[in-house]
Design a protein around this ligand. Structure first.
Ligand SMILES: Cc1ncc(C[n+]2csc(CCOP(=O)(O)OP(=O)(O)O)c2C)c(N)n1
Ligand SMILES: [Mg+2]
Length: 372
C-alpha cells in the first residue's frame, strides 16, 4: 500500500515541508512546539535505533531469547508518543520501545522480558500510565477500550480541561486488524463514544503475510464502517505523526468520540530475530522504503533550520552511551532461580502450583549423580 492524496504528510521524503490543506490544518500543532521539543523528537528516534541494534546483537550473542525490532517505525512511534499528554493512558503492542522510553520505562525492563526472566511487567501506575506489552495480537485494543470506558464512568474525561481530561491511545498492527478482538474493541468504542485513539502502525507485514492479503481496502477506511473517523498518515513523518495524533487525542478527550489513525510505515528488518524476511520479501521492496527513512528526512529538515554538526554528534554519542549501558547491564543480569516462575501465578498458595513445583524438583533431582 502506498501514499495517496488522502495521506497526511507534513514533511516530504526530501526533508522539506509540504504545503496544502493538511498543512493548513495540522501545522499549528507543529508551530506550537519549541526548538528543544523538535530536537527531542530527533534524539529519541536516533537513540532508539541504536538501542534496537544493540538488543538484536545481544540476542545473537545468546543473551536474549528473542528481540523484536522497531527499525523503520521510529517516526510513527516518537510523534504519537509525544502527542499523548501526561495524564493519558498508553496501551502498546510489543514493538513500541521508544514510546516506552518516552514514558520513562528503563529499556533494560524490556530486555529482561525478552530474556525470559520477568513476566514482562512494570506497574503502569508508577510508570506514567504506560501499560504492559501485549503479545496476544490485538487483545490490547480491548484493554484500551475497557479502560477508556472506565475513564468515562469515573468522569475523568470530557470536562473541557485538556490538561486534565484523560484520553487513551492503543497501538496495534496491520495484522492485528484482522483479529476479532479489534473489531469488538471498535464496536464498543463506537457505541460508548470512548475517549480513545486507535493507532495502527501499518508496517506492511504480519510476520510473512503482506498487508494486501490482510485487507482489500486501505485500513484507515475500515473504522468508517463502525462509525469511527479514520485518517491515514505518512508514518515515517514524525511531524505528521505528532500533529495528527495530538489533534485526534484532543478531540477524543473533549468528548468527540473515538478516532482511528493508520500510520503507513515499513518494517525495515525482520519480524523478530526468529524470522528471516529474505524467504518471503523481495529485496526491491525493502530498498524502495530506504529513501523514505524517517530519521534522514528529519535530520535534513533540522539542518535546514540551522541545526549544526555539534548537535548531531552529541546525539550520536548519547546513542552509543545508551547501547553500551544496556550491554553492560544485560551482561550483569543474574538470572533468577527457575522456581521464581511459580511465585506470582496466584496471589495465595495454590495446590496446582505446589504439584508442578514438586514435579520440577523431582525432575531436576533425577540429574544429580549422573542418573538421568
Ligand atoms: C492471537 C495471536 N495469534 C497469533 C500470534 C502470532 N503472531 C505474533 S506477531 C504476529 C503478526 C502480527 O502482525 P501485526 O499486527 O502487523 O504487527 P507487527 O508484528 O507487524 O508489528 C502473529 C500472527 C499471536 N502472538 N497472537
Ligand atoms: Mg505489521
Amino acid at each position: 500500500m502506498s501514499y495517496t492524496a488522502a495521506t497526511v504528510q507534513l514533511l516530504s521524503e526530501k526533508g522539506t515541508l509540504v504545503e496544502g490543506d493538511a498543512a493548513d490544518e495540522y501545522f499549528p500543532y507543529i508551530e506550537a512546539l519549541s526548538d528543544e521539543q523538535l530536537r527531542e523528537f530527533h534524539r529519541q528516534m536516533v537513540v532508539i535505533r541504536r538501542f534496537d541494534i544493540e538488543a538484536a546483537n545481544l540476542q545473537r550473542q545468546g543473551q536474549l531469547a528473542l528481540w523484536i525490532p522497531s527499525l523503520g517505525q521510529e517516526a510513527a512511534q516518537v510523534g504519537s508518543g509525544f502527542a499523548a499528554r501526561p495524564q493519558d493512558h498508553i496501551f502498546p503492542a510489543y514493538r513500541e520501545h521508544v514510546v516506552a522510553r518516552i514514558r520513562g520505562i528503563d529499556p533494560v525492563k524490556i530486555i529482561e522480558m525478552l530474556r525470559g526472566i520477568s513476566h514482562g511487567g512494570w506497574d503502569p501506575k508508577t510508570n506514567n500510565n504506560f501499560h504492559l506489552y501485549t503479545l496476544v495480537i490485538g487483545s490490547q485494543t480491548l484493554h484500551a477500550t475497557g479502560y477508556a470506558m472506565g475513564v468515562q464512568l469515573d468522569g475523568a474525561t470530557a470536562t473541557g480541561d485538556a490538561e486534565k481530561d484523560i484520553a487513551v491511545i492503543v497501538y496495534f498492527g496491520d495484522g492485528a486488524s484482522s483479529q476479532g478482538d479489534v473489531s469488538e474493541a471498535l464496536v464498543f468504542a463506537a457505541s460508548y463514544q470512548t475517549p480513545q485513539v486507535f493507532f495502527l502502525q501499518n508496517n506492511h507485514w504480519a510476520i510473512s503475510i503482506p498487508v494486501e492479503t490482510q485487507s482489500r481496502t486501505p485500513l484507515y477506511l475500515r473504522p468508517g464502517g463502525f462509525g469511527i473517523p479514520g485518517v491515514q498518515i505518512d508514518g515515517n513523518d514524525v511531524l505528521a505523526s505528532y500533529a495528527v495524533t495530538r489533534a485526534n487525542l484532543d478531540a477524543a478527550r473533549s468528548g468527540a468520540g473515538p478516532r482511528f489513525i493508520e500510520a503507513l510505515t515499513f518494517r525495515m528488518g525482520a519480524h523478530t530475530t526468529s524470522d528471516d524476511p529474505t524467504k518471503y520479501q523481495e529485496s526491491a521492496l525493502l530498498q524502495s522504503w530506504v529513501p523514505k527513512d524517517p530519521i534522514t528526512r528529519f535530520e535534513t529538515w533540522l539542518r535546514s533550520r540551522g541545526e549544526g554538526d555539534e548537535f548531531f554528534a552529541e546525539i550520536a554519542t548519547e546513542a552509543e552511551d545508551l547501547a553500551a549501558d544496556v550491554r553492560r547491564r544485560t551482561l550483569a543480569i543474574v538470572d533468577p532461580p527457575v522456581t521464581k516462575m511459580f511465585e506470582h501465578v496466584y496471589t495465595d498458595p495454590h495446590p496446582l502450583m505446589g504439584e508442578q513445583q514438586a514435579w520440577l524438583a523431582a525432575y531436576e533431582a533425577a540429574f544429580e549423580g549422573g542418573q538421568a
